[in-house]
Design a protein around this ligand. Sequence first.
Ligand code: S3P
Length: 441
Amino acid sequence: MANHIFINEKIIDFKKKISVASDKSISIRSILLASQAIGVSKISNLLESEDVLNTLRAIKKLGINYKKKSGNYFIEGFGLNSFSSRKRITINAGNSGTLARLILGLLVKSKCQIKLIGDKSLSKRDFSRVIKPLRLFGVNIQSKKNSLPIKILGTDYLRPICYNERIGSAQVKSCIIFCALNTPGITQINAKKSRDHTEQLLRSLNYPIKIKTKNSFDKISIKGLGQFKSFNHIIPGDISSAAFFIVLVVLSNKSEMIIQNVNINESRIGIIKILNRMGATIKFRNKKIYRGENTADIFIKSSKKLRGINCPSYLNSSAIDEFLIIFLVAAKAKGISTFKNLGELNKKESPRLDIALRFLKMIGIKVKRNKDNIKIFGNPKLEVTKNIYIRRYLKDHRVFMMACIAALSFGGNWKIEDKDSVNTSFPFFLNILKSLGAKIN
Ligand code: S3P
């Protein structure tokens, strides 16, 4: 079957209520922590995307049993470091940086060598960021170029560390937290702010973890070797998936949408703060708190007057997966938008900063780049009339979805390759677009 789509028409205005894919970060963390809990955990509304299915496959290979019943996942853990695999195994993390980096922190005591591999995109990504702190703990890790494949052999002689995490990476922070769980004594991390789902989940399980926030850093201390009981978790919607529909509505003429039950953790809502500053109308309704995480229904309506933004860098980490789609709003806004210190974007599933610049130029938008800073010269009258062909982007799911939203918002004749890429995070993305009236062939 063809793995590309064609979009040749803009979407017509709509008023709809939708639900998006469940949160990927929380799904992966719930599975990994359930595998370390004592007893059977029940996870409801788990995201059934490739990254999450690879997480389930990984724990199964490590000897953890799970089953799916009436839509819920039941995972049977036997406590910390209870992976039972006694022979050399290979774990394939597929496309998932989160799975690959987080699971390393749980393999630090394994009795046999474990090899971690991934797909083409993941194999290009940097792992020195987790190898370095894990080696300080005393873990034996081998890797030729600080990238996958990685071989890890556990040790019984782990020592706690004090670590400065300056990238602002939740994957690095969580890997260290997971290793700290297996390490005697108190591990301390001074982490530049990033999504804090791991900390929230551990807190909600009454695990001894302390967090003090100072400026844009979190001082985290974790006592190792504690145990925690199995838990129930209901996964909320993913704001990173909602982002595509938020922008579709913001860029429309006269549409409205409610996206139900989305996680609005403060460390994830950079996109809302940025778009509202650009003149969008996005509101939270029906706010709730569950396991330390805020959720809400998100109400959006089309915005008549979008203006450029001088985006403060402190919002970068809370919008890190959303910049591609935010750039589409900057393309249509009046005036110049400036975004700074976005080097991390080039370390994602594809070099997203490079790709975004190419993409914006292709649709006729002027852009200027100075190292990791970019300026986007918006055009409120933006209309695309030519043929656009999107390919060679390492099958990055977020590039594919951004291209679909651009095609439906700006017009033109689009051919977009690798529609399967959405299986990474949002398998029913195209179905929702079609239910809103999008014509996609
Ligand atoms: C994630 C953290 C972010 C994000 C990724 C998911 C997580 O990566 O880009 O999609 O679940 O921890 P970094 O930690 O590398 O910034």
